[in-house]
Write a protein of this length. Structure first.
Length: 41
């Protein structure tokens, strides 16, 4: 079994949102969760 870690960082590269998913799961599923944490443009 393997895992993937998806992260969103601020302007200087510090992570402020992390999401751990199973390795067999599509990256689109991990990105979908993190999109909700992005600040308003």
């Amino acid at each position: 079994m393997n895992t993937k870690l998806h992260a969103v960082g601020d302007e200087v590269g510090r992570p402020f949102s992390l999401h751990l998913i199973l390795g067999q799961t599509s990256d689109y599923k991990g990105a979908e969760v993190l999109l909700l944490d992005l600040p308003a443009a």
